[in-house]
Design a protein around this ligand. Structure first.
Ligand code: ASP
Length: 303
C-alpha cells in the first residue's frame, strides 16, 4: 500500500502572466485538476486514470498551452500532442492532432491499441473510434492565441500541462499534453508525445517535462531520470542531472517527477513554473506566481 500523491504542472516559462485575474483563474484550474485526480484515487482508481482526469481539466482551461487555447503554429493552425504512460509499461501518444477535444483521451486510445504513437488525422480517427469526443479544429483556436501569434510569434513561454501520480496500490503514471511552441512550423513534434523524452513512467519513477522540447528530446530527459534512479541517485539528484544535461544543450524548462517511495520534485530553470501538489491527508496546493524554493522539493516526511 502507498499514500496516493499527485503532482501537476502547467508549463515552465517566465513567471505566469501579470494580470491577477489570470493568476487567480490559473490557480483555480490547477486546484480543480488536483481535485479531479483526487476523486479518481478516492474511488480506488488507477494512477493512470487520475493522471488523465487531471490533464483533461488542464486541457480544458484556455490559458494553458494544451487543448483549447493551445499555442498556434506559424500558419495559424493548431497541432496538439499528448502522451500517457504507466508503470506496467503501457504507453500511448498522439502528435499533430486537431480534432480530439481532450488530446490525453487520444493518447489513452492509442495506449489501448497495439501502437504506441499515432500521428495527425489517423490518430484523431483512432481516438474517435474509441469514443473520444471530436470537435472542429477551430474549437481549439482562441482570440487570445491569434493575437499572441501576431504580436510575439516565437514567444518562448511554455504552458504545456502534465501530471504524475502514485496510487494507493503503488502504481505510477505520467501524462503530458501540449500545443507545442508558438509559431512552430506545422509538422514539428516536441518532446511531450515522445515516450522517454517528455513523458515516462516505470516501477520506480513517473516524469512529465516542459520546456525547450528539442533539448529534452536530445537528452532523452524523462527516461534519463529513470536511468539515474536505477543507478542509485535519489529523485532530486536524478532530475537535477537531467535538467543540467538539457541546459548544456542550451535548453531551458522544468519537470515534475515522483518515485515509488512517495518523493516528489518540481524543479525548473526558468523564471517560473505553474504547478500543484496533493498528497492523501493534505489539502491540495498550487503555485502560479510566487516562487517558494521549498515548494520545488517535497519529501514524504513533509506529509
Ligand atoms: N516542451 C514543449 C514542446 O517543445 C513545449 C512546452 O513545454 O510548452 O513542444
Amino acid at each position: 500500500m502507498a499514500t496516493p500523491l499527485v503532482v501537476i504542472h502547467a508549463g515552465a516559462g517566465r513567471k505566469f502572466g501579470t494580470a491577477s485575474e489570470q493568476e487567480h483563474r490559473s490557480r483555480a484550474a490547477l486546484i480543480e485538476a488536483l481535485d479531479a485526480a483526487r476523486a479518481v484515487l478516492h474511488d480506488g482508481g488507477h494512477a493512470r486514470a487520475a493522471v488523465e482526469a487531471a490533464v483533461r481539466v488542464l486541457e480544458d482551461f484556455e490559458l494553458f498551452n494544451a487543448g483549447r487555447g493551445a499555442v498556434l503554429c506559424a500558419d495559424g493552425t493548431v497541432e496538439l500532442s499528448a502522451a500517457l504512460m504507466s508503470s506496467d509499461a503501457a504507453a500511448g501518444a498522439v502528435a499533430g492532432i486537431s480534432r480530439t477535444r481532450f488530446p490525453i483521451a487520444g493518447a489513452h486510445a492509442v495506449l489501448d491499441s497495439p501502437q504506441v504513437l499515432m500521428l495527425g488525422d489517423a490518430a484523431d480517427r483512432l481516438a474517435a473510434e474509441a469514443g473520444a469526443e471530436q470537435v472542429n479544429p477551430t474549437y481549439f483556436i482562441t482570440e487570445r492565441e491569434r493575437g499572441r501569434l501576431l504580436e510575439s510569434p516565437s514567444d518562448p513561454d511554455h504552458q504545456t500541462v502534465g501530471a504524475v501520480c502514485l496510487d494507493g496500490e503503488g502504481r505510477l503514471a505520467a501524462g503530458t499534453s501540449t500545443g507545442g511552441i508558438r509559431g512552430q512550423p506545422p509538422g514539428r513534434v516536441g518532446d511531450c508525445p515522445l515516450i522517454g523524452a517528455g513523458t515516462w513512467a516505470d516501477g520506480r519513477v513517473a516524469v512529465s517535462c516542459t520546456g525547450d522540447g528539442e533539448a529534452f528530446i536530445r537528452v532523452g530527459a524523462a527516461r534519463c531520470i529513470a536511468a539515474h534512479v536505477e543507478c542509485g541517485a535519489d529523485l532530486a539528484q536524478a532530475t537535477q542531472r537531467a535538467l543540467e544535461s538539457v541546459r548544456s544543450l542550451g535548453g531551458r524548462g522544468g519537470l515534475i517527477a515522483l518515485d515509488a517511495d512517495g518523493n516528489a520534485v518540481m524543479p525548473f530553470n526558468t523564471g517560473g513554473m505553474a504547478r500543484g501538489f496533493w498528497r492523501e491527508g493534505q489539502e491540495p496546493e498550487a503555485w502560479v506566481i510566487e516562487e517558494d524554493p521549498q515548494a520545488r522539493l517535497l519529501e514524504p516526511e513533509d506529509a
